[in-house]
Design a protein around this ligand. Structure first.
Ligand code: NAI
Ligand code: MG
Length: 851
C-alpha cells in the first residue's frame, strides 16, 4: 500500500492506476504495481512497435521544460524578493545561482536577502496584520481558496519548475507535491472559515508576524504546510525558502499577487542560512516555524530562547520500517521503494532503517535486490523515471561519504548492476545488510537513497530497535495482523506511524516529531495550535500587565546551613521536610536545608536543599514509573479523584499551612478548595482527552492519539504554593506522564505536606517526585537532562530563557511563563485544554482499509 501503486508502469501507458478525488489528490488504488523490467539509462535506438512488445522496455517520456524556462526568462533570469506586494531587488545587490541538479547547469539567479530586506519584510507583515485580522475568518478563507485554485491552474508549471530546481521526478512533483499543496490551501481555507465558531479556536487569537524557514526537499509543499495554517489563523508571514530551491516560492509569490492577496500578508525573502538567521533573530517576529536539519533547529532554539517567540521545529529522522514475518512481502517491497527511494530518499520521515523479523529477512533482501534492479534513475523530467537527481553536489558528497563509512564499518553494501547517468547529481539506490545497530549508518540521517537493514526476533525486540535512535519522526509497521500493528504503533516513539503503508501525507492529519525530530505539528487541528495563543494572554499583554506576586509578606527562603540536628541558634520548628523520590521521603544528597519564612520573618519550617544529584535520582525514579503511562484513563482518573478526596480530608491542615507562609487565611482556604476542584478537573479529563479520527482522502483511518510525553520536569510558580503545584502536576500525570516537580521556592511547605496525600491515594511510586530547593538551580539540571522529555517552567523571565536555551541539548519540549502573570485561581488561565495539549504529543496512526 502506501504510495506503492505510484510506481505502476501504466502511468505512462494511458491507463492511470490511480483515482483522484475532487481536489485532484491522488487516492490509493488496490492494484499492486508490476515491477519494471529494465532501466532506461542507456541511450537507445528507436524501436518498432513489435520490438517494444518484445522487450516490454520503456522509451524516454520527457515532460517539456519549456513553460518553466519561459517563466524564468520572463523573470529576466533573476528573481527578486516579494515584500509588501511588490518585487524588490536585494538591498545588498547580491544574487546567487540556483542550478538544475540533473545537469549541474545554472537555472537562474536568486536574490540574497540582507538585513534591510528582512527588516522591510517584517515591517510589511506587521503593517498588514490589523487589516488581515479584521477581515475575519470568512474573508481569509476566500483568499486561501483563491490560492488553492490558482495553484491548481498553474500546477503543470509548478511541477516542472520544482523538478528542474530540485531534481525530483516529475511524476512525484506532478502527482504528489503540487496536489498536496492545493489540498493544504483548501483544507486551511476551511479552518479560516471555522476559526470564529469552533469551540476551541474561538478563544484563540493569532500570534502576529510569523517567520518561516523551509528546506529544499519538498520546496513548495513545505511552503504550503507553513503558510496555509499561519494565514488561516490570521497571522502574516515572512518566508525564506532553501537556497537550493527558491524558484517555486517565487512563483507562489506571483500567485499571491495575481489573486490580489493584500500586500504584506505574504512576504518572501530569498537567501541562504544567513538570511534565515536574520529572520530568527528579528525582534519584530512573534513566531518561528522551521523545517530542516536538527543541527540548525538546535541553533534556532538557542537563538530564540527567552525571546517569547513561539517555536515549532520539524527536524531530522531515522525512521524505522518494521516488517513482521506475516507481512505481505510484495507489498513490503513496494513500501520500501516508497519509503526510501521516494524523492531520492531526501525525506525527513524516510523509512531508512528496515527492521525485518529474522525468518523473512533473507527473502526480503532477495526480493528487494530484484526490485532495485528494475528501478530507473535519470532525467527528473522523464515521466518514467523513479529516482531523479540529488539536490546539490554537497548533498551528494555527504551521501557518498556516509556510504563509504558504512562499508568501512563492515556492513554489506548492495547496488544494482546498472550505472547512473554520469552528468548531474545522481546516486543509485543502495541497500546495506549486516548492519550493526550502533554503526554510523544505522544512527545518522543519510538523507539519500540509502537504506540499512537489520533483524529482530520478537515484537519487543522490534520496538527496542525501532526506538534505538535520538529521533522520533515516523515509523511504518508491516503485518497482516491488525492487533499486532496497533499494539506496536503506540510503543514506537514517533509522531506518525503508518501501518502497511508509508510516506502518506494529508492536510487533515498532523505531522511532526518526538525527541530530536522536533516539536509542534503541521496539518490537521493539531497543527493550528502552532499559530495561535489564548485570548486572555493577548489581552493581558495589551493591558501591559506585569507579574505581581502575592504581596511579599514573607521573606524568600534562605540557606540555613547545616540542618536537622537542631543547632542551638535555630528557633523551634516542627521538622525539616524531606524530598519525595520514588514514592518515598528522601534526605537531600548534600544534607543541607533551606528555611521557610512566614509573615514578619517568622521561621515556619525547613525544607531540604535539593541539588543536581537529587534531581537525577528523581528523574531515574520517574523513568521507573513507566507502568503509569500504560494505565487506562479510567485508572488514572480514579487515582486523581482519590487524591482530591484525601486532600479534602486535610483541608484545614493545608489551609493552616498555607496561611502560616502567606499570612492570608482567606486566600489559603480558597486555595485548598480550588486545588480540590482542579484535581477533579483532571480526573475528569483523564479518560476524555481522546484525540480525533481524521478524514484523510485515502483509504485510511487516521487516528490522532494524544500520548504522554514521558518524564516531565515542572518548576512551579512561587505565588500559589498549593494551587500552582496542583495546577501543573495534575494535568501532567492525568495524561500518563511521570513528573519531577520543584515546588514554590518561597513557600514549599504546602507541596511537602502533599506527600501524605500522595501516599494515601494509590499514586504509584515515581509518578510524582518532588525536589525542594532553589528553583533555578534545580530547573537548570532538569532542562539540561537528556532523560527528561519536557520541562514546564513558571518562574522568572531569566529562568525561562535558561530553560529554553538548555532544552536544545536533547531538543526537549518546553512550556515557560516568561515571567508573565497567570492567575492560577482563574479557570481559563489556570486549567484546561492548553495544559492537556502541553502534556501530550499527538501521534497519528494511519491504518489502511479495503482489500
Ligand atoms: P539546513 O537545516 O541547513 O537548511 C534548512 C533551511 O534552514 C534552509 O532554508 C537554510 O537556508 C536555513 N538555515 C540554515 N542555517 C540557518 C540558520 N543558522 N538560521 C536560520 N536558518 C538557517 O539543511 P541543509 O544544510 O540544507 O541540509 C543538511 C542536512 O540537513 C541534510 O543532509 C539532511 O540530513 C538534513 N535536512 C533535513 C530536512 C528535513 O526535512 N528534516 C530538510 C533538509 C535537510
Ligand atoms: Mg536548485
Amino acid at each position: 500500500m502506501g504510495f506503492a501503486q505510484r510506481v505502476g508502469p501504466s502511468v505512462d501507458s494511458g491507463a492511470p492506476p490511480m483515482l483522484r478525488d475532487a481536489t485532484g489528490v491522488r487516492i490509493l488504488t488496490l492494484t499492486r504495481a508490476a515491477p519494471r523490467r529494465k532501466s532506461v539509462h542507456s541511450p537507445r535506438e528507436p524501436m518498432s512497435i513489435a520490438e517494444i512488445f518484445e522487450t516490454l522496455d520503456y522509451g524516454p517520456a520527457p515532460e517539456s521544460a519549456k513553460p518553466a524556462l519561459s517563466w524564468l526568462e520572463e523573470q529576466g533570469g533573476s528573481t527578486r524578493h516579494f515584500v509588501a506586494g511588490e518585487w524588490r531587488d536585494p538591498a545588498g545587490g547580491e544574487w546567487f545561482e540556483t542550478t538544475n541538479p540533473a545537469t549541474n547547469k545554472p537555472l537562474a539567479r536568486v536574490a540574497q536577502g540582507a538585513r534591510d530586506d528582512v527588516d522591510a519584510a517584517v515591517a510589511a507583515a506587521r503593517a498588514a496584520l490589523a487589516d488581515w485580522q479584521a477581515l475575519g475568518g470568512h474573508g481569509r478563507a476566500r483568499y486561501l481558496y483563491a490560492v488553492a485554485r490558482q495553484v491548481q491552474k498553474h500546477s503543470r508549471l509548478f511541477a516542472v519548475l520544482e523538478s528542474l530546481d530540485n531534481g525530483k521526478p516529475i511524476r512525484e512533483s506532478r502527482d504528489i507535491d503540487i496536489p498536496l499543496v492545493a489540498r493544504h490551501f483548501y483544507h486551511h481555507a476551511g479552518w479560516a472559515q471555522l476559526m470564529e465558531s469552533d469551540a476551541e479556536l474561538r478563544d484563540q487569537v493569532p500570534l502576529g508576524v510569523v517567520g518561516q524557514i523551509i528546506p529544499w526537499n519538498f520546496p513548495l509543499l513545505m511552503l504550503a504546510w507553513k503558510v496555509a495554517p499561519a494565514l488561516a489563523m490570521g497571522n502574516t508571514v515572512v518566508l525564506k525558502p532553501a537556497e537550493f530551491t527558491s524558484l517555486t516560492a517565487v512563483l507562489f509569490a506571483d500567485v499571491c499577487r495575481e489573486i490580489g492577496l493584500p500586500p504584506g500578508v505574504f512576504n518572501l525573502v530569498t537567501g541562504d542560512g544567513r538570511t534565515g538567521a536574520m529572520i530568527v533573530e528579528h525582534p519584530g517576529v512573534d513566531k518561528i516555524a522551521f523545517t530542516g536539519s536538527t543541527e540548525v533547529g538546535r541553533i534556532i532554539r538557542v537563538a530564540t530562547a527567552g525571546s517569547g517567540k513561539k517555536l515549532s521545529l520539524e527536524l531530522g529522522g531515522k525512521s524505522p520500517f518494521v516488517v513482521f514475518d506475516d507481512a505481505d512481502l510484495d507489498s513490503v517491497v513496494e513500501g520500501v521503494v516508497d519509503a526510501i527511494w521516494f524523492n531520492q530518499g531526501q525525506v525527513c520521515c524516510a523509512g531508512s532503517r528496515i527492521l525485518a523479523q529474522e525468518g523473512i529477512a533473507p527473502r526480503l533482501t532477495e526480493k528487494l535486490r530484484a526490485r532495485m534492479e528494475t528501478l530507473r534513475v535519470g532525467d527528473p523530467l522523464d515521466k518514467a523515471v523513479d529516482i531523479g537527481a540529488i539536490v546539490a553536489p554537497v548533498q551528494l558528497q555527504q551521501i557518498q561519504r556516509l556510504v563509504e563509512q558504512g562499508v568501512a564499518e563492515g556492513a554489506t553494501m548492495w547496488q544494482p548492476s546498472w550505472s547512473c547517468p554520469q552528468e548531474g547529481c545522481f546516486f543509485p539506490p543502495t541497500l546495506f545488510t549486516d548492519v550493526s545497530p550502533s554503526s554510523t549508518i544505522a544512527q545518522v540521517e543519510i538523507f539519500g537513497p540509502v537504506v540499512v537493514s537489520m533483524t529482530f526476533r520478537t515484537p519487543a525486540e522490534a520496538v527496542e530497535l525501532a526506538n534505538n535512535t535520538v529521533y522520533g519522526l515516523a515509523a511504518s509497521v508491516w503485518t497482516e495482523n491488525v492487533n499486532l500493528a496497533l499494539d506496536i504503533a503506540p510503543k514506537i516513539l514517533a509522531g506518525t506511524v503508518w501501518v502497511n503503508s508509508t510516506n502518506v501525507f494529508d492536510a487533515a492529519s498532523g505531522f511532526g516529531g518526538y525527541r530530536e525530530s522536533g516539536y509542534g505539528r503541521e496539518g490537521g487541528r493539531e497543527g493550528l495550535w502552532e499559530y495561535v495563543k489564548p485570548r486572555w494572554e493577548a489581552e493581558a499583554a495589551k493591558r501591559g500587565e506585569v507579574r505581581r506576586d502575592r504581596e511579599p509578606k514573607a521573606k524568600p527562603a534562605k540557606d540555613a546551613g547545616r540542618p536537622a540536628k537542631g543547632g542551638p541558634t535555630l528557633p523551634p520548628i516542627d521538622r525539616t521536610a524531606k524530598l519525595y523520590v520514588g514514592g518515598k521521603q528522601a534526605r537531600p544528597d548534600a544534607g543541607y536545608s533551606l528555611s521557610v519564612y512566614g509573615p514578619g520573618e517568622r521561621l515556619v519550617g525547613e525544607v531540604g536543599h535539593g541539588n543536581r544529584k537529587d534531581v537525577r535520582n528523581a528523574v531515574e525514579a520517574a523513568h521507573k514509573a513507566g507502568g503509569w503511562r500504560k494505565a487506562t484513563g479510567h485508572n488514572r482518573a480514579q487515582v486523581l479523584f482519590y487524591l482530591a478526596e484525601n486532600l479534602a480530608a486535610r483541608t484545614d491542615e493545608l489551609a493552616r499551612r498555607i496561611a502560616s507562609m502567606t499570612g492570608d487565611e482567606v486566600g489559603a482556604a480558597r486555595e485548598v478548595e480550588l486545588s480540590i476542584r482542579r484535581l477533579y478537573t483532571y480526573a475528569a479529563w483523564a479518560d476524555k482527552w481522546d484525540g480525533d479520527v481524521h478524514h484523510t482522502p485515502f483509504r485510511m483511518v487516521t487516528l490522532a492519539m494524544p500520548e504522554a510525553i514521558g518524564v516531565m520536569g515542572i518548576a512551579c510558580p512561587d505565588e500559589a504554593p498549593l494551587l500552582g503545584f496542583v495546577s501543573l502536576v495534575a494535568p501532567a500525570i492525568a495524561m500518563g506522564n511521570a513528573v519531577v516537580a520543584i515546588p514554590s521556592e518561597r513557600w514549599p511547605l504546602a507541596a511537602t505536606d502533599f506527600y501524605q496525600v500522595l501516599d494515601t491515594s494509590d499514586v504509584p511510586g515515581g509518578v510524582v517526585n518532588i525536589v525542594t530547593g532553589k528553583r533555578d538551580e534545580l530547573a537548570e539540571t532538569l532542562a539540561a537532562h537528556d532523560d527528561v522529555d519536557s520541562v514546564w517552567y513558571f518562574g522568572t523571565a531569566e529562568g525561562s530563557e535558561m530553560v529554553e536555551r538548555l532544552s536544545a541539548g536533547n531538543m526537549k519540549r518546553t512550556w515557560v511563563g516568561h515571567g508573565r502573570p497567570r492567575d492560577w485561581t482563574d479557570t481559563i488561565q489556570g486549567e484546561g485544554q492548553e495544559f492537556l495539549r502541553q502534556a501530550t504529543n499527538v501521534k497519528n496512526i494511519w491504518v489502511p482499509y479495503g482489500e
